[in-house]
Design a protein around this ligand. Sequence first.
Ligand code: MG
Length: 380
Amino acid sequence: MESDFSTLAGLRTITEHEGLLLAPYAVRGQASRGRRYAEPEHAYRGPFQRDRDRIVHSAAFRRLSGKMQVFTKDMGDYHRTRLTHTHEVASIARTIGRALRLNEDLIEALALFHDIGHPPFGHAGEAVLDACLRDVGGFSHNRHALTIAEELEIRYTEFPGLNLTHEVLEGQKMRADKRAFPLAYLEVQVVDVADSITYDAHDTDDAVKLGLVTLEDLARLELVAEMLENVRRRFGALSPNLMRQAVVHELIDAQVSDVLRAAGQYLSSTAWDSPEAARNSDFRLGPSPPMRRKKEKLERFLYSQVYRHPKLRGGRLRAQEQLRTLFQTLVEHQEQLPRRFQQRAASVGLKRSVADYLAGMTDRFCERIFAQLTQGKAIG
Ligand code: MG
């Protein structure tokens, strides 16, 4: 079907396109292990392109715009949301993937999917749901992404969920449990690496812009000091805003270049003739040892000086209290749950179904439902 359409329209097929661009160790759409519910091939979109489109058109993806990354919406509108974080990860991951001649479609689908399971209020919200579900297996945003993709999204008449390819679902399973699934394709590894590059850079940017720390504080860290030095050498003195932005650009560029230098050297010397050969090897994509050490120092700083900043504490505790109260109330009054989650409780258990409902909420929706509940109104 693919070749018929392409011949008619004079287009290059996905298979031809991948054959021209991809390295032998890249995953190929043509070799995909397919979907749980078999579907005919699309005339001109490859399987991973279709996955990307399904993810972008899902309700869970759109709701990422209302979910916080680190900073809440009452702290302004400059900083990242879960959605803009996701786009930055996809952008950086595609850059790395293209340079290494990996499958960019698969990388993009994996990147856009990677945080789709986050509940409201970031990791603070996740910790509450995990504690609420402690006796029934806990809650993890990485696992919840799979539940969304396989069960919760309702977009097609023929099957539940998004019916994504085996490769995208497997990549997410690897994020959820690295010990059970240690052998990730390079495309999966790229997204992991890009996620870390992205949050190290943008949390630095947001924290300085919000005034939680200063560039001078950060300059005590070797990595930031080096970036400042590069910027000063190239541009001389800059205004604080331009300096912050230039440092963030450098942070991304230095980390991406470091990964590519290390990986490029290794990959050009291998004789891998398949993606399986790459994932079964000892090679793991990542920062060079010196960059890893510098990143760890930056991450420790961000953890203690930004993520644990007193200005974030009040909001975090309030959000956690809201989510905990909502969970307990809905477990005691399941008639208040939307009908589909009442029905779902019969198959997955009441606690899990309540958590699935809560995890789908944006921050603002969660606050609104909490307000209705505490005013004694029916929720919904
Ligand atoms: Mg992320």
